[in-house]
Design a protein around this ligand. Structure first.
Ligand code: SF4
Ligand code: FES
Length: 334
């Protein structure tokens, strides 16, 4: 195995494999310093480089060539170098640029969160709370589209789409003989309706899970409930098509929807098949494992109580262990 390289992000140093992107190095550290990512998805080859939400400042290029990079770079597409120093939340320039990116993403995106099924688990909603401004400077007419039913289970709201291409990659990487993608360029771009042709595939429902906004929604769940009123539970079944490991979203005794299991970066661990997602919604179809872990910053976690878990980076650094002594003691007591 090749020698690891050292990179420092917001003052925290981590050793990673050569070729790792800055974003993935930051994910190895975890916590607030991880740049937001609206288009990159580690399970989808070729994803990233579209939305610019993951911009960071490289203040030192490497040990060999310490010159800073002249412009902010997309952390999902920039590899680390040995001795590199990166600023994310410690750089006012990055925060300012991210505000601009959010403003641009919101140019056409409707603020219909009160009626959108993605509300409560929408990455753009979170990003807007963190970096958005109260008013838009945009004075022109916004783009609007009719809703398109992609088969009987999925609906496309192109009006909400931020053109991250994730659904295109899902569609592309689960079938190999289909034409699909983004039609048009610039402000005329839209997800091609050819994507409808992907829908016969057993894994097509995964476009719902990867969509960072409410552009692709589950028609079997639409308007049934607000996600923060549901109870997520991990469950599995013996499925011949996929791994069968899912999250069931309960309201009372009823399973309202089934999704893949998402990690702290909002990515599913394993893509699930349409039978698991749409056809098996009885508790008796599943072996229940237990309550799903939900990040405490998420609105879905309201009324869910969990033991405090210190970040990995803290557990291995004596200075940080000392600084977080109280939290460690509390965690042991609980
Ligand atoms: S529909 Fe969703 S996943 Fe597809 S490009 Fe638009 S925002 Fe991305
Ligand atoms: S996540 Fe890096 S450009 Fe979108």
């Amino acid at each position: 195995m090749s020698e690891k390289v050292k990179v420092t992000i917001d003052g925290i140093t981590v050793e990673v494999e050569p070729g790792t992107s800055i974003l993935n190095a930051a994910r190895q550290i975890g916590g607030d310093i991880v740049p937001p990512a609206m288009c990159y998805y580690s399970k989808l080859e070729g994803s990233g480089g579209k939305c610019r939400t993951c911009l960071v400042k490289v203040s030192k290029g490497s040990e060999k060539d310490p010159r800073p990079m002249p412009k902010l770079v997309a952390s999902c597409r920039t590899g680390v170098m040995d001795g590199m120093e990166v600023e994310n939340i410690t750089s006012p320039e990055v925060i300012e640029a991210r505000k601009g990116v959010v403003e641009m993403l919101l140019i056409n995106h409707p603020l219909d969160c009160p009626i959108c099924d993605q509300a409560g688990e929408c990455h753009l909603q979170d990003l807007s709370y963190e970096h958005g401004v109260e008013k838009t400077r945009y004075e022109f007419e916004r783009r609007t589209f009719d809703k398109i039913d992609i088969g009987d289970k999925i609906q496309l709201h192109m009006t909400r789409c931020i053109l991250c291409y994730r659904c295109v990659y899902v569609a592309d990487q689960i079938t190999n003989n289909r034409v699909h993608g983004v039609l048009g360029r610039g402000d005329a771009s839209e997800i091609s309706t050819y994507i409808e042709k992907a829908i016969d595939n057993d894994f097509s429902g995964n476009v719902i899970d990867v969509c960072p906004v409410g552009a692709l929604t589950d028609r079997t769940f639409r308007f049934k409930n607000r996600v923060w009123f549901t109870k997520p539970v991990d469950a599995h079944r013996d499925c011949p098509t996929c791994k069968g490991e899912v999250t069931l979203w309960y309201k009372g005794e009823e399973v309202l929807r089934v999704t893949g299991r998402k990690d702290q970066f909002g990515e599913v661990a394993d893509f699930i098949c349409n039978t698991c997602r749409f056809e098996t919604k009885k508790t008796s179809d599943w072996v229940i494992e237990g309550p799903r872990h939900i990040a405490k910053t998420s609105v879905i976690s309201s009324n869910h109580y969990e033991m405090a878990k210190p970040l990995d980076v803290i557990k291995h650094n004596p200075i940080l262990i000392e600084a977080n002594k109280e939290e460690f003691e509390r965690a042991t007591k609980i």
